[in-house]
Design a protein around this ligand. Sequence first.
Ligand SMILES: COc1ccc(S(=O)(=O)N2Cc3cc(-c4ccc(C=O)o4)ccc3N(Cc3cncn3C)C[C@H]2Cc2ccc(O)cc2)cc1
Ligand SMILES: [Zn+2]
Length: 331
Amino acid sequence: KSVEGSIKCADDAPKELLHKLHVEYLATYSSNPKHAMEKTISEYLRMSGAYWTLTGLRLLGAADRLDRSELLRFIGQCQTPAGGVAGSVGHDPHLLYTLSAVQICCMYDALDTLDVPRLVEYVAGLQRPDGSFQGDSWGEVDTRFSFCAIACLTLLNRLDAIDTAAAGEFVLSCHNWDGGFGSRPRSESHAGQMYCCLGALSLLGRLGELDADRTGWWLCERQLPAGGLNGRPEKLPDVCYSWWVLASLSILGRLHWIDEESVTRFILASQDGEDGGISDRPGDVCDPFHTLFGLAGLSLLGDRSLAPIDPVLCMPTETVRGRGVRPQVLT
Ligand SMILES: COc1ccc(S(=O)(=O)N2Cc3cc(-c4ccc(C=O)o4)ccc3N(Cc3cncn3C)C[C@H]2Cc2ccc(O)cc2)cc1
Ligand SMILES: [Zn+2]
């Protein structure tokens, strides 16, 4: 029997969304001594952890549980003289954390926390002649970073600072024959890269250049018998892939192609019924990363007990529309 088929949802698995438990989990994660070890390991990504936590609490309607001024002060301390934002105080800047910082400031309507002109300069400076983006000064190129740069500049209304035509050409050059997208040209198709490439093309208004049926088909192939979605063929289902795949299908206007009932059951079964939080699959340890993407997936699937989420920017729709941003989606 194939291993991925064996991930069954136990009958006593949670079947309802445990809102209050998740609010407590997210609101107390960084102060809970139980997570001290993980906190040390993940200090380098603290800025992204703050974005995952705040966005998750926003979806639950409990963002007031975080200390706004403390978080904005932290962001101010993480912006470097080069203009980029680091994952934690004293660390090196990177596009991943620069996007997280801009997303948080947009949710708080506090962009004056950042030196925006310098930040824009930093992002534009990472674009290479072939249109691609490196994540930081070390030079790694990945379509994830194309998305980070384009999403960041869209939120700041500064797409004029980069060569958008070349950026779009590079992303399209990473489209594979199987309908998927990879990190770089001829890289293996992966659901995370699919989400980043579709998001980038959406913000560049170039989704029309895709074969949406072929791309949608690769995405639907990610769903396994137990309902969960995986990131590549033969891999195990994982809650965060629920988000990458569901958001991608939503951008393509083909969300209804997936079996929504069984993926909902898979996400709900991945909740921790004791301490709150959502893990990558039933029975595993929870973290804020999978908690956000589980909640975001449920919001996309129409759970109206959660705030609506924008499938391209993974931020509350209210914040995205408030910035005058209306990302292209296919119907
Ligand atoms: C625990 O091991 C990891 C492995 C990779 C990473 S990562 O930063 O490269 N990243 C995001 C990520 C975060 C967590 C996590 C644990 C605790 C917290 C606190 O907020 O966040 C856990 C996993 C994780 N991964 C790894 C992963 C998820 N599902 C399968 N895997 C192998 C994703 C990884 C890449 C990434 C994805 C989206 C994004 O916006 C940034 C980075 C982090 C921890
Ligand atoms: Zn995951």
